[in-house]
Ligand binder design. Structure first.
Ligand code: LLP
Length: 437
């Protein structure tokens, strides 16, 4: 495939080019997909999602049999994706009543659902307790609320404590979470005090400790450091409780390749290094291996996603740049504006033509910052061409907005020459559905 940067890993497994030089996804030409489902369109590749799930589950089955992989729902959440990852044996972590409701309506078994959040509402905590969903406790005030709730309602709570690991993950400042000034998690020096509050409580089961150091992480060093730290705290807490903790959750964060300059360690290598390091820590003190929970989001769905746009006008500013305008932009993908995120893209109906021209790709929204990329080499573009942006499966759909009262695009799953709608395109009526006069 000749596209702007022909790198394996960026494209979904099910991407190819047909005899007419048109990109196909899951065996369907992008022309056909747009004709059927309109533009812009989020396309998710079944084969890639399954492959990514299996990188985790198969590696762990070999090196750390006592494990559970939960998909971080915030990366891409709807019933379709949850049912797919459930088929692959994954659970889901959720951070709001809306995400929890979606999980409860999906095929993910309740024991594989985790509720996160640094500011869970009373209603969210009650919902989790009523459905026996495990809660990852972020701070002492939340613990006190849970203690009150279980006492008032006679319910049982299964909890984990989220620790602030203070480990440097080399990633964008906005997506770091484990550092000292992070809003997430319990200070390590407070941990044992909180453990004592629940130690003999008949209605609370402390399952284990949780931590998450950040997102889009490329190498294993911070994870090995995390494994040591979390094992150390797990051992201390187990001693305090007089029983081994059941679980240890090391969060998500493994990075993916968006462009040729990204070089993440392969998932099986990352996961096995981490699992071995964890086992060593427990073997050294003769403690049985607690269930290892991982919470990948981006690395499950990121590379599976391709956004298809249709080119409208092309505006040349002589001597400066040529803008090509697409029919989406910041409302369906805020990441370039929020994190200076870079993507690989191609002219999907000219996928074998050399990328000989330079363009800036701008969206359709009334905001100067609505530019998907300031510079990309593409095949010569005409109005009506289809631009495919790769690697949009994570944090695009879930971070989409209705800015400029734009209906959100549909999302379809493709594979084996079939497309299945996961989420319908919003209609103009959807946009005024909740308005009252
Ligand atoms: N677990 C917890 C507690 C998290 O906060 C996150 C992500 C994950 C797991 C999954 O991390 P992943 O495997 O996807 O890296 N909107 C940003 C990413 C924010 C990540 C927030 N937490 C972006 O578009 O890059």
């Amino acid at each position: 495939m000749v596209v702007s940067k022909p790198i394996e890993g960026i494209y979904p497994v099910g991407a190819a080019v047909d005899d007419h030089g048109v990109l196909t996804l899951g065996g369907l030409s992008v022309r056909e997909l747009i004709n059927r489902f309109d533009s812009p369109l989020y396309v998710m590749d079944d084969a890639t999602i399954r492959q990514q799930c299996r990188y985790y589950t198969r590696t762990l089955s070999e090196v750390y049999p006592n494990h559970m992989v939960v998909f971080a729902g915030k990366a891409c959440l709807n019933l379709g994706i949850l049912n797919l990852v459930a088929e692959e044996g994954l659970g889901v972590d959720v951070v709001s009543a809306g995400e929890l409701w979606t999980a409860l309506k999906s095929n993910v078994p309740i024991p594989s659902i985790l509720l996160h959040g640094n500011n869970k509402s009373l209603a969210e905590l009650e919902m989790a307790l009523n459905y026996s969903v495990r809660i990852v406790v972020d701070h002492e005030e939340e613990l006190q609320t849970i203690l009150q709730l279980v006492e008032q309602r006679g319910l049982m709570a299964r909890i984990m404590f989220r620790l602030k690991p203070e480990i440097e993950a080399h990633t964008h400042d906005f997506i770091k979470t484990g550092q000292i000034d992070s809003k997430f998690g319990i200070d390590q020096s407070d941990l044992l005090r909180l453990v004592r509050l629940v130690k003999d409580h008949p209605k609370i089961r402390l399952l284990g400790l949780h931590s998450h150091i950040g997102s889009q992480i490329f190498d294993s060093r911070p994870y090995l450091e995390l494994a040591d730290l979390m094992a150390m705290h797990t051992i201390r807490v187990s001693e305090e409780l007089g029983r081994p903790l059941d679980e240890i959750n090391l969060g998500g964060g493994i990075g993916i390749q968006y462009t040729g300059s990204d070089d993440p360690m392969p998932i099986p290598d990352m996961v096995s290094q981490l699992a071995f390091r964890l086992k060593d820590n427990f073997d050294r003190v003769g403690l049985r291996h607690p269930k290892l929970i991982l919470e990948p989001g981006r690395s499950i769905v990121g590379s599976a996603g391709v956004t298809l746009y249709t080119v409208g006008a092309i505006k040349s500013i002589p001597g400066i740049k040529t803008y090509l305008f697409v029919d989406g932009g910041m409302a369906d993908n805020i990441r370039p504006m929020l994190y200076q995120a870079q993507y690989s893209m191609c002219v999907a109906n000219k996928a074998t033509e050399p990328a000989s021209n330079q363009y800036a790709v701008a969206g359709r929204y009334c905001e100067s910052g609505d530019v998907l990329t300031h510079q990309v080499a593409l095949a010569p573009v005409e109005t009506g061409d289809i631009i495919a942006v790769f690697g949009t499966g994570a944090y695009n759909f879930t971070m989409a907005s209705n800015y400029n009262r734009s209906p959100k695009p549909a999302m379809v799953l493709v594979g084996h020459q079939k497309a299945t709608v996961w989420v319908e395109r919003e209609t103009l009526d959807d946009l005024i559905r909740l308005d009252r006069i």
